[in-house]
Design a protein around this ligand. Structure first.
Ligand code: AKB
Length: 318
């Protein structure tokens, strides 16, 4: 049985991943570590929980030693828009945090999951059918930390044999912990606004097409990749994965299928629009499909139906 540590456990991915891992492997075998946000009750009391800043190498090492950790899902990071407003802090958290995790993994022989992003690509990357192996010249500090992270994980595998693996996530849509400071956050915010006030003011242009994924598929991707027999993997880090690709106008139209009164207007935020315009529109994820059987379950209509049902119930019970 693995003994797992999830860093960034109170974040958008971490909250749901921790609960899914506890369900799969047992509550006591999954240690959650968060830093900036208060942990929700089910995270803090459902299994081991530590308050941990991943930049503190000694504190990280102490948790890994004490809990006899064998697998680290390293999710602690600043997202694209907030990183752009604090580039030095983004570098510090995203790069030094990862370096500490990889050093710990080297020392304690742990497997590592590192989430890269569509942000690891830049304006000169092919925007459609974006290949697995292609030009990576990101123009944001977040993207620079993501492409550097992919390379660092590959380096630790080649040089020290650390079993580091990862995917390039698209925008993630979820209904438990809110995302914070990302460019694709509109695709979550829109659902809360649709249920609460039947109107949303979108900070991206109507025609901004981006890859997206519903959180249950994102969780499956991480666990499935980590459990794949290493002999199948020609790549290790930065697997392109996507489930759907749409624009804000298309998402609004899908919501209107359920809520005909829903309306949207656009007030473009130049920072986040500039970031979105530098990312690919639709990635090719055939390497993930071939090497570890990646297969998303949710397309746009299925995701919208589930999101509206979950958020309606959540706001009703609040
Ligand atoms: C963001 O918008 O910053 C993230 C991402 C695509 O990595 N959701």
């Amino acid at each position: 049985m693995p003994s797992i540590l999830v860093t960034g456990a109170t974040g958008q991915i971490g909250t749901e991943l921790t609960l899914a891992l506890r369900e799969r492997y047992g509550d006591d075998t999954v240690t959650a570590a968060g830093h900036r946000r208060e942990p929700p009750n089910n995270l803090a009391t459902g299994g081991p929980y530590f308050s941990l800043d991943v930049r503190d190498a000694a504190a990280l090492d102490a948790v890994v030693s004490q809990q006899k950790i064998t697998v680290i899902y390293h999710l602690a990071a600043l997202l694209s828009a907030v990183a752009e407003s604090q580039p030095l802090q983004a570098w510090d958290i995203n790069m030094n945090g990862l370096l500490n995790v990889l050093e710990c993994a080297r020392k304690h022989n742990c497997q590592v999951f590192f989430p890269s992003s569509i942000a690891a690509f830049g304006p000169d990357t092919p925007a459609f059918d974006t290949p697995q192996d292609t030009v990576q010249h990101p123009s944001t500090i977040y993207g620079i930390t993501k492409v550097s992270g992919e390379l660092l994980c590959d380096y630790y595998h080649r040089r020290y044999g650390v079993d580091a693996r990862g995917v390039r996530y698209p925008g993630l849509i979820s209904n438990q912990a809110m995302p914070g400071g990302g460019t694709t956050d509109y695709a979550v915010d829109i659902f809360y606004a649709a249920v609460r006030q039947k109107h949303y003011e979108c900070f991206l242009r109507a025609d901004t097409q981006l890859d997206m994924m519903y959180m249950p598929d994102a969780i499956t991707a991480a666990i499935q990749l980590m459990e794949t027999d290493a002999r199948r993997l020609a790549h290790r880090n930065g697997f392109n994965v996507t489930a759907m690709s749409f624009t804000p106008a298309q998402l609004a139209a899908a919501i209107q299928q359920h809520l005909p009164d829903f309306t949207i207007n656009y007030k473009v935020d130049p920072l986040r629009q500039g970031i979105a315009d530098s990312w690919p529109r639709h990635m090719n994820d055939s390497a993930a499909r071939a090497e570890w059987d990646w297969q998303p379950q949710f397309d746009l209509p299925a995701m919208v139906a589930d999101m509206l049902a979950q958020i309606t119930a959540k706001l009703h019970n609040a």
